[in-house]
Design a protein around this ligand. Structure first.
Ligand SMILES: [Mg+2]
Length: 411
């Protein structure tokens, strides 16, 4: 394998940590090593977040109800999740990835695309680059393994990283993607979860090759836009670029007020409005936040801010507002203020933690807010207002509508 490989139009690596949460627990507690470990809540209705590789022969896996997992693997050690620690390790590995390219796109705590196109690394060959990446992760984390796929599209890199887990390294050459994908089951297509898999099976499409060779017009009629998308992926086509740092790491809503506010109730009203705005944008982007911050600007243009870290992340306006109201008490300065803002930071993709029962407290409230989101989408942002806004004659601002991500299944 020599340098001639650089004639690929793009070179994209996908790196995915192996059994991330469970591997961290085994790293931190040597007594867990070599034993089946399930990371997840010990009691209640929770599900398994990650199963260590020792647990997998018992057919235990992520998203399985914990009660069932315990039945299948009675010897498993159940460890409650430590998201703070996982996020620390996540920062470490993302920094390692950044050493390989300025353009990395994290898609969860333990997974990222790395755009290697045009990097000097490619003066070596792809196997060398992949091995260096794996070694750098192992060294920086004190022993964790990562599986890496390298190809000329995001989709094939993603499928390739899962191909030889754990500790895998799979290179799929440009021009060979379609042939390489063909024998794999349709469930390996990125975005195909159990629902779409069943729809494909109903149509006698079992392998990616079956999808690649069917009539695309028929598939689109059967499945809608998803059909068109899957047909392209199955044929090795995927024009999506690695979107370096596209995703915001914080979201804030703040505004300079027409008249300064002094009264606590006035400040709280502005925080409520900001919480609605921020929560909606979080939901639109598929994030939940651990950190909440309140920002105030005095009449003298002095910026003050205080923050609060939540035990559990949220995208519910009511919860953000409750935090903000508590934060407000931490300010010594009582105003008047010319700007009131609420922001969130330490964001994490909602699908990372949604399997866990983290939303139980905000569950009903969240449903209500999501329903309001969709009403606003359809009828404009004035259609639903808070009862207390209307009472006070407060006119809500026009909210900008952010589109969600393009995931179309529960994969
Ligand atoms: Mg992983």
């Amino acid at each position: 394998m020599v340098a001639a490989e650089t004639d690929w139009p793009r070179t994209i690596a996908h790196a995915d940590m192996d059994a991330f949460y469970a591997a961290i627990e085994q790293l931190d507690d040597p007594s867990l090593r070599g034993r089946p470990v399930l990371v997840g809540p010990r009691g209640g209705r929770g599900v398994v977040l990650t199963a260590s590789y020792e647990a997998r022969p018992f057919r235990v896996g992520s998203a399985m109800p914990m009660a069932k997992a315990r039945r299948l693997c009675p010897t498993a050690i159940i460890v409650p999740p430590r998201f703070e620690r996982y996020k620390d390790v996540s920062r470490t590995i993302m920094n390692v990835f950044s050493d390989f390219s300025p353009t990395i796109e994290a898609i969860s705590l333990d997974e990222a695309f790395i755009d290697l196109t045009g990097t000097s690394l490619l003066l070596g060959n792809y196997y060398d680059v992949g091995r260096k990446l794996k070694e750098a992760v192992r060294e920086a984390t004190g022993g964790l393994t990562v599986s890496v796929g390298i190809s000329s599209t995001k989709h094939v890199a993603k499928v390739a990283s899962a191909f030889q887990k754990p500790d895998g390294l799979t290179i799929v050459k440009h021009g060979e993607a379609k042939v390489w994908l063909a024998p794999l089951p349709v469930s390996r297509l990125w975005g195909v979860g159990p629902k779409t898999e069943a729809r494909l099976h109903e149509r006698r499409l079992y392998t990616i090759g079956d999808v690649a060779s069917c009539n695309p017009d028929w598939l689109t009629r059967e499945l809608g836009n998803v059909g068109q998308h899957l047909y392209s992926l199955a044929n090795g086509q995927d024009a999506r670029a690695v979107e370096g740092r596209k995703r915001s790491r914080s979201i804030a809503s703040e505004r300079t007020l027409e008249r300064d506010v002094y009264d606590k109730a006035d400040i709280e009203r502005h925080l409520k409005r900001a919480a609605d705005d921020v929560a909606k944008r979080l939901r639109g982007k598929g994030f939940v936040a651990f950190g909440v911050t309140v920002k105030l600007k005095t009449r003298e243009f002095k910026v003050l801010s205080r923050q609060h870290r939540r035990q559990q992340p949220t995208d519910v306006a009511e919860e953000l507002y409750n935090d903000a109201a508590l934060i407000l008490d931490k300010f010594e300065c009582r105003g008047p203020f010319r700007l009131v803002g609420l922001g969130v930071y330490d964001l994490i993709a909602r699908n990372e933690i949604s399997q866990m029962d983290l939303f139980s407290s905000g569950g009903q409230r969240r449903k209500l807010e999501v329903a309001i989101d969709s009403l606003k989408e359809r009828f404009g942002s004035d259609v639903v207002r808070r009862g207390d806004d209307i009472e006070s004659g407060y006119e809500p601002p026009n909210l900008d509508f952010l589109s969600g991500d393009d995931d179309f299944d529960d994969a």
